[in-house]
Design a protein around this ligand. Structure first.
Ligand code: ATP
Length: 325
């Protein structure tokens, strides 16, 4: 292999830049030419790619987002889109790609590489949701959780000053990973997650019990994917039953995606980018690199995608309840 490329796709996540930097510099270390593809699969189709040098990735370790931009690209779902992307890569002599993204990105990469096996693909798990099989942590999850914690700490100050009950929506349509860790870190009174049904009556009873235990404020974290119909529905239902608190709703929204990556995400991004290029030079393809028990491991993309059910740690779920009394 002598020429490779790197792209970021799907939702952006802090740490992607550290990974891009590692891919570029590891490739150069191996004597490979390396191209940066802009806007994910869209750039592959539009031939929007450029050779990168060691200095192309200077001073990006500390930046959130992705210098290569990312996109959701519908054309890549179609055969014509894939063919165009393939022809563009072939014309440049690119034989391997590192794709940084989530489930969708890996699905596209695997389909592409099965159709065109002469292009090798290695996936790097980059999503704040931490919901990929094959890696204990995904890129961006740690930073996003820290961002959420910082925001909730500020909300706690005002909640406490006014005897308020805050319902805070955090990201996670299918995954309660951010909600659970943020809830534990901020001492949330309750955490509503897509993975675990919480009856509203149970929530109300818990809030009442907290008040009787003379809590001056309460924080309830609601992941986007909670099955009770969204944060406003939950707060309205509680409002009918709980009168001793002034009830407020805050949706943290896209601020959760941004910001300078944490040390953890910078190291993880560097480590997985380094490993991805090493895997390509070793002839690997259709694999993802991930971290398990603090060791970098390769998992078949096929397996990672088929088993994408990611289970939250049962001890954390149990502990969160015990500690919130
Ligand atoms: P996140 O977890 O942040 O949402 P993701 O990688 O799952 O990241 P998606 O938008 O689902 O994000 O997928 C990214 C891109 O991957 C899509 O825009 C599309 O270009 C490509 N892709 C997804 N599924 C397929 C598929 N079945 N076939 C071809 N390409 C796909």
């Amino acid at each position: 292999i002598s020429k490779i490329a790197v792209l970021t796709s799907g939702g952006d996540a802090p740490g992607m830049n550290a990974c891009i930097r590692a891919v570029v510099r590891t490739a150069i270390h191996h004597g490979l030419e390396v191209y940066g593809i802009r806007q994910g699969y869209q750039g592959m189709i539009n031939n929007d790619m450029e050779q990168m040098q060691a200095r192309s990735v200077s001073n990006i370790l500390n930046l959130g987002g992705t210098i290569l931009k990312t996109a959701r690209c519908l054309d890549f779902h179609k055969d014509e889109g894939m063919e165009k992307a393939y022809q563009n890569l072939k014309a440049k002599g690119i034989e391997g790609i590192v794709v940084i993204g989530g489930d969708g990105t890996f699905t596209g990469a695997l389909r592409f590489s099965k159709k065109y096996p002469d292009i090798k693909v290695i996936g790097v798990p980059g999503t704040i949701d931490n919901d990929l099989y094959g890696s204990t942590y995904t890129l961006g999850f740690d930073t996003a959780t820290n961002t959420v914690i910082e925001a909730i700490d500020k909300i706690r100050d005002t909640a406490d000053a006014h005897d308020r009950l805050f319902f805070i929506e955090v990201m996670g349509r299918d995954s309660g990973a951010i909600a659970l860790r943020a809830g534990i870190s901020c001492g949330a009174e309750a955490i509503l997650l897509p993975e675990k049904e919480t009856a509203i009556e149970e929530l109300i009873a818990g809030i009442k019990a907290g008040h009787y235990n003379s809590k001056s404020s309460s924080i309830v974290i609601v992941a986007e994917g909670d099955k009770n119909g969204g944060v406003y529905n939950v707060s309205e239902a509680v409002k009918k039953e709980v009168s001793h608190y002034d009830i407020k709703v805050t949706i943290l929204g896209h601020l959760q995606r941004g910001g300078s990556p944490s040390a953890f995400d910078r190291v993880l991004g560097s480590r997985l980018g380094f490993a991805a290029v090493n895997a390509l030079t070793a002839g690997q393809s259709q694999k993802m690199v991930g971290l398990q028990a603090n060791v970098v491991v390769l998992t078949d993309l096929e397996e990672a995608l088929n088993q994408h059910e990611f289970n939250l740690e049962p001890d954390l779920l149990q502990m969160a309840e015990v500690l919130s009394i």
